[in-house]
Design a protein around this ligand. Structure first.
Ligand code: 4AD
Ligand code: MG
Length: 456
């Protein structure tokens, strides 16, 4: 029997192989000369394609750019400088033809991202997008590794929930399409309004009451009316919750460790892809990443940040004032001001933060123990805080917000063995943008969802 080899496996063999192998993939180029036929075949396992050489009589009219093929042959040492081996084909079978005129991607062309984005069902056939998806897959595993090797328990927090964790009202409501059992007085399938989750935090907080360290990594949803290059309606969030901590520094240390450990893993596991992005998508990206890893992240308080911004007041569209939310333009400026490295901003105005953020009980500029990590090119990548674990303080805030009924259970966990705790969430797509220097978030999600667009 002929054994199957992926392109990645084939390229890794230094000397070739005495036995025939079978390679399956998609044709990236076809070039026939008088006495030789050259193909490049890619199967998504690596950025590089495998060169196939064959007798010209193996060329058929169906063998075109984009077609799927099965090639049988022997791996032999290549004279080509870039590759060790090439496949000397004895048989080439076209599995699925491809009309190169209709196929949206053209041989040897580098298509702009706005163009490629129009073809979510075909874009995995481009080098840029297939590289992105390989990095995305490795990053997922590296994040899991980080938490697993640091004693965290993975919790599958629910996608359907009855709460609005962030309190921002940016919710997608969930309704059954066929649920009318003559109970029109009830509010549908769950009897209460239900939504797609905006964050798993509150569920993680529940679990942090029994495990000291927990995390989740799943889809979250926001009905934000934003067409910006860093917002999606559906995105993946990495969240962690840590018990028995009363210091924001502990939370920031975990954030920095997670960022650095995942990024180090990607630099070593995806060198070809990172080099590719560094060369064609965001020049010098790899050097920038290595810089991020070398230094300790910088920290400033929100109050200090506002002072810095006020010094440059005239350049901003939104004029910075103590008490205002930091806008993207402010975040970018702060990151630049600090030397284009990741920057923690801590202790935000109390009134800007959701009900769960811990009161710093300072004043007159009243703050909460909350932190954002801002990164070059993107702005906010992580958001986190210490949580209000004191029953009375939480109760009075929920009362002011009129939320005591909704959050009885949340108050309850402050009654039975409450502990100081805190955590954070990281937008996974923004992380990938930051690592690879990708300008638009739509280009790091396999199937991006945003206002007026839900293709496929
Ligand atoms: O800052 P956010 O809203 O924080 C929370 O949801 C907390 N409950 C997390 C926690 O403490 N467990 O969101 C966290 C991160 C942001 O910093 C940002 O990177 C990302 O999620 N994010 C988005 N990413 C893409 N599209 C959107 N619409 C996003 N909204 C937030
Ligand atoms: Mg935030």
């Amino acid at each position: 029997a002929v054994s199957k080899l992926s392109v990645r496996e084939a390229l890794a063999s230094v000397e070739g192989s005495p036995n025939s192998i079978k390679l399956q993939g998609w044709v990236r180029s076809v070039r026939s000369q008088k006495d030789i036929l050259f193909l490049h075949v890619n199967d998504g396992s690596s950025l590089e394609s495998l060169q196939v050489v064959a007798e010209p009589n193996l060329k058929t009219s169906a063998l075109t750019f984009g077609s799927s093929v099965e090639v049988i042959g022997k791996l032999v040492k290549s004279l080509h400088k870039k590759q060790n081996v090439e496949l000397n084909a004895s048989d080439i079978k076209v599995i699925g033809g491809c009309d190169s005129y209709d196929f949206p991607f053209k041989l040897k062309e580098r298509h702009p991202p706005e163009y490629v984005r129009q073809y979510p069902h075909l874009r995995c056939r481009t080098n840029t997008f297939s590289s992105l998806l390989r990095v995305r897959s490795k990053a997922t595993a590296a994040i899991q590794d980080f938490f697993q090797s640091n004693g965290y328990i993975h919790i599958h927090t629910p996608i359907i929930t009855s709460n609005d964790c962030e309190g921002a009202g940016e919710l997608f409501q969930v309704q059954a399409t066929n649920w009318d059992h003559g109970q029109s007085d009830k509010s549908g399938f769950f009897n209460v309004p239900a939504y797609l989750t905006v964050s798993g935090q509150l569920h993680l907080e529940v679990m942090s009451g029994g495990f000291t360290r927990v995390y989740s990594f799943g889809p979250t949803f926001r009905a934000e009316n934003s067409q910006s290059r860093r917002h999606l309606a559906e995105f993946y969030m990495v969240e962690a919750e840590i018990s028995f901590t009363d210091s924001l520094d502990d939370i920031m240390q975990v954030i920095e460790n997670l960022f650095k450990s995942t990024t180090t893993a990607l630099l070593s596991q995806c060198p070809e892809e990172i080099n590719f992005f560094s060369k064609y998508v965001s020049v010098g990206q790899k050097d920038r990443l290595e810089q991020f890893l070398k230094k300790k992240f910088v920290t400033m308080t929100y109050t200090e940040a506002i002072e810095v911004l006020k010094d440059a007041r005239e350049i901003f569209h939104y004029k910075p004032e103590w008490g205002c939310d930091l806008q993207t333009e402010h975040e970018r400026y702060l990151v630049k001001h600090c030397g284009n490295v990741p920057l923690f901003v801590i202790n935000y105005p109390y009134d800007l933060k959701p009900f769960y953020a811990r009161d710093n009980e300072d004043g007159p500029q009243h703050t909460a123990a909350a932190v954002d990590l801002l990164v070059p090119g993107i702005g906010e990548l992580f958001g986190g805080s210490l949580r209000e674990e004191r029953f009375d303080v939480l109760l009075s805030r929920l009362e002011r917000l009129g939320l005591t009924d909704t959050y009885q259970w949340y108050l309850d966990i402050r009654k039975f063995g409450s502990v100081p705790h805190g955590g954070f969430g990281m937008g996974f797509e923004r992380y990938l943008q930051c690592i690879l220097g990708i300008d638009n978030i739509k280009d790091v999600s396999p199937f991006p969802r945003f206002p007026y667009s839900c293709l496929l």
